[in-house]
Each structure stands twice: as C-alpha cells, then as structure tokens.
Design a protein around this ligand. Structure first.
Ligand code: AVJ
Length: 336
C-alpha cells in the first residue's frame, strides 16, 4: 500500500476524466425543440438522435450492407495508419466524438508501433463510454495516459489540455457532414484552434457518388435507419414529455443533388397536433408535412479544400478506400 502511494506520486495518473456538462446540456434540447418546431419548415438538429437506444441503432446501421461509410473509413485506417503515424510523429491522439473508440485502436496501434504514443484524449458527451474505453485502453497499451473530456465538441474544446508534443486531432465518421456549409466552417475553425504548427487534423468525409447508392445507405431494407430517425421523437417524449406517436411518421431519405447532401425527414402520415408538455408547446402537422432531422453532406475534393482553407487549414494527404467511396484527409495549419 505504502509502496503504491509512493509510485503514484512519481508517475502521473494513467486516467483522468473531466466533465464539463452542467445543467445547460438538457437546456440545449429544449432550446432546439422550441426553435426547430416553431419554424415554417420544421427541423431538429441530428445530435439529439443519440440516447442509449439511438447509439445502439447507429451501431446497427454501421453493420448494414447498404451503409458503407464505416467499413470504408476503417479500410483506409487499416491501410494507411502506419504512414500517418510516421508522417506526423504524433505522441497524442485527440478524438472528437470518440464513442466506443472502435476505429481508434487502429490509429493507436500504429502510434504505439512507431514508438511515439503517450496520450489519448477522447472528447465525448457520454461519460460512461469515455470511462469504459479509458479503462480498456490503458490496460491494452501499457504506459498510455488517457485524459477524457466529457463535453460537446461544439462548445467545450477549450478544455482539451495543451499538447505534450505533435498531436493528431481525429474527427472521424463523417460527422462534419451534419453541419450545413456556414456552421461547418465555424466548427472547422474551432477545431483548427486545437492545432499548433506541428499538429494535424485527420477528418473523415463521405464522398459524392451515385444517388441510388447514397439513398440506399440512408434507407436500408431492414428499416434500421427508419427506426433511428423516429428515435428522435422518443427522445422528445421522454426528455420533454412530448406525446409523439413515432408510427405517425414515415422515414424519408433523399439526396439533394444541388447541395450535395442527404436529407432525412419524418413525414406526418395524417394531420395531427402533438403537445410538448415541458415547453407548453402544441405542434401541428399537416398530412404529409415533413420535419427535417438530418443533413449529411457528401464531399468532392474541391469542396473539402474550400472548407479547410476557410478554416486556415491546408491539405497534406487525401486518402480514399479502394472503391473511392469515402475520404480521410490529413491537414495542417496553412504556412504564412
Ligand atoms: C454519424 C453523422 C456520420 O451522416 O452518415 C447514419 C449518421 N444518419 N445514418 C451519417 C447517420 C443516418 C451518420 N453520421
């Protein structure tokens, strides 16, 4: 016992987790619902899909035959992680929206093999997932330190600790595509703020392709994506005492070729009014009226370079999977 106490004072703790979520987190759902459901074209931001059931449904989506992005991104990581570790010399990995850190191990393995790995910094709103993966990873990689940041990557990036050395900031999965062009550039600028001159952003983006392939990926034959989409109504029922019947809505997924994004919507099957009791808010739907629940932007190299450039970043590597479905980009601060 004495011995371990002495050791602790010499070695830094392997795991540290800081939470930055306070009462304002639940507020954001209420604000988003009040704002989004009183607009002339109803809309909700996609971040509210992910309660425990929503996260489970998303995991099932990633296994669907039609949903290629997860497999394609993993394939790129498996083929190119070693090169990324060597090129960056990164001693730490900051991961935004780390979730279960499933794909992260590929990168950590490569950094470990390169002999540079010191620290992993997962940033996620779900504390249990961050703690569980911290435990697992510190036992899988002896000597690894994990500093978890519980928070929202749109609001809490200032709590990411200063870098110990060259770092990779990973923003995987194509989540940047959830932001429309203006907010996308704002989010990228904030993320770029985590980068010093020796650091890199590694970002996953889905690519423009045949609309039939895209629409199938968001409207699978088993109806898992449809359930995921309707799940946001269950979140509102539980968190804000709303009385939606999810079966009153059809799942819609369409590729918008002008904007080059997928839109998911919920379309009311019949005219009805629901009440969001916590907000004292009656919400009327006409028959066929649609509520937009997500945009998922699909990129061309030109668009991506424009967005990165607007955030003060420049492309270092453009990596795609063998089928050219998905891209991982490595970028760095522009040199002036
Ligand atoms: C987690 C935002 C990358 O846009 O493809 C999957 C979410 N929505 N199927 C995506 C999602 C419907 C996903 N992202």
């Amino acid at each position: 016992m004495e011995h371990s106490a002495a050791q602790q004072s010499l070695a830094p703790e392997a795991i540290r987790v800081d939470s930055h979520l306070d009462g304002t987190h639940g507020r954001s759902l209420a604000d988003d619902v009040l704002d989004g459901l009183t607009r002339p074209f109803k809309e909700l931001p996609p971040k509210h899909f992910y309660d425990a059931r929503g996260a489970q449904l998303f995991d099932r989506i990633c296994e669907l035959p039609e949903y290629y992005p997860t497999r394609a991104e993993r394939a790129i990581l498996e083929l190119r992680s070693q090169e990324l570790a060597q090129l960056t010399g990164a001693v730490e990995l900051v991961e935004l929206g780390s979730g279960t850190a499933a794909k992260t191990r590929v990168l950590l393995d490569a950094m470990h093999a390169a002999g540079t790995l010191e620290r992993y910094i997962p940033v996620d709103v779900t504390e249990s997932m961050v703690r569980d993966c911290a435990e697992e990873l510190t036992s899988e990689y002896p000597g690894l330190r994990v500093h978890g940041v519980i928070g929202d990557f749109e609001r809490h990036l200032e709590h990411v600790p200063p870098a110990l050395g060259p770092r990779i900031v990973a923003f995987l999965g194509g989540t940047i595509g959830n932001f429309p062009p203006g907010s996308r550039r704002r989010v990228l600028r904030q993320i770029a703020g985590l980068l010093g001159p020796e650091d890199y952003l590694l970002m996953g983006t889905d690519l423009v392709k045949d609309p039939r392939v895209l629409e199938a990926a968001y409207d699978d034959a088993q109806g898992v994506t449809a359930e995921f989409n309707r799940n946001v109504l269950r979140v509102l029922n539980r968190e804000l005492r709303a009385d939606f019947d999810p079966e009153d809505f059809d799942h819609v997924a369409l590729f918008d070729p002008h904007n080059e994004w997928i839109e998911m919507r919920l379309r009311a099957r019949r005219e009805h009014t629901t009440v969001v009791r916590d907000l004292d808010l009656p919400v009327h739907f006409d028959a066929g009226e649609e509520l937009r629940t997500e945009i998922s932007a699909k990129f061309t190299p030109e668009r991506l370079q424009g967005d990165l450039g607007a955030a003060g970043l420049e492309l270092v590597r453009w990596l795609t999977d063998p089928d050219g479905l998905f891209a991982l980009t490595l970028s760095q601060q522009q040199v002036r």
